[in-house]
Design a protein around this ligand. Sequence first.
Ligand code: PHE
Length: 441
Amino acid sequence: MIPPSLFNQTRLLNVSSLRFIRDRSGVAYFSSSSFNLDSNIDSLKNKARAPHAHNNTPESIVSKIGRNLHRQPDHPLNIVKQRIEDYCQSYAMKKYKKIKTNENSCESDSNTIKFQIFDDMSPIVTKKRCFDDLLVKPDHVSRSPSDTYYLNDELLMRTHTSAHQTELISRGVNLFLCSGDCYRRDEIDSSHYPVFHQMEGVKIFHESELVPNDEERSNAIIEEDLKELLTGLAVHLFGKVEMKWSADYFPFTDPSFELEVNFRDQWLEVLGCGVIEPQVIFNAGREGSKGWAFGLGLERLAMILFQIPDIRLFWTDDKRFHNQFVGLSKDHQKLVTFVPYSKYPLCYKDVSFWLPSAGGNPSVSTYHSNDFYEVIRDVAGDLVEEVQLFDEFTNKKTGRTSHAYRINYRHMDRSLTNAEVDEIQFKLRHELVTRLGVELR
Ligand code: PHE
């Protein structure tokens, strides 16, 4: 149901979690911001709609801007966010002492520092913040318009909350948690959705917390603190579970790690993290500083914790869903298990077509399956539960390739009629021809 690992295989990097993948191309991959999002949701949406030759962000995506599920009280994503924030604050209270920079300064009563919380930064970010600053290679697949929603050549919908690292670090924020909606063009199934939520944690150390002129020992201190915090977080969320750390890869941390927990007899990857690359700190204008960063997917954690079987449920207005989480944003101990309510009937339709060929050469195609998924999302929205490629072959004589997909339609809140689905399917077939240039079979 939920992919066991989020980083090591392409499809796992999806919606429900962290987005950095090690591959479609071999390397892991995987935003400037304004504040007080609430007051300017409309202007953000208009910004996202501004016509540009390279704007590939459809209205179905624009309409999600400002929904801010992670900030709705008693929404499962908010519950998970709250639990993580509370735990991190209690860790900071125990562990991080305020550094007195000026003896005469008027310090607050507490002697410890807290994580600063950011949860309303604009999801529209620059390519620089999202990729360049984080050392994502210019030709990395995560940057491609088949994977990322661009607004123009400079602006895009953030693909991960790491997009805020250099901005916040450059502003001198040394300890923060930053959560928000992230966007990626993706396939369609129960754990993938083009909008998902992440949380980023960053700590920049004060030199007095490290060992002067000793990189190795300083890095060891950073790594140890990072792992102590996150191991404690896993216990806070999942109880006393078995855990394992393994090496991972992200362009912006080194060393990098992933944490897996054994929950209900399954090994599940829950987060990625590491020591921030010096070059990233340099890009933030803080050359010589050191720190750690971690990132986690709120949907993934909520799906595991509450046993929520379908990622689309986070977007439903159905009371049968929301009533099950009432009071949980305040009660941080309680673990509830989601009880699925009866689903409305499924209706499936198949579609098969010859892929368009590039420049008259049948063996080269411009087709990308994410374009197909997006046409479906545009035409059918959340009515599509899953799309499976069930047949693929290349005709030896003509060199042309055919794909056959099964599309499962189901409404979250009512029954669909066959006539209604036929109409959608008809429209879909039409759009596939006009937008992707496929030849229906
Ligand atoms: N941004 C990464 C992802 O989306 C996660 C990450 C954050 C990894 C911070 C390391 C440090 O997969």
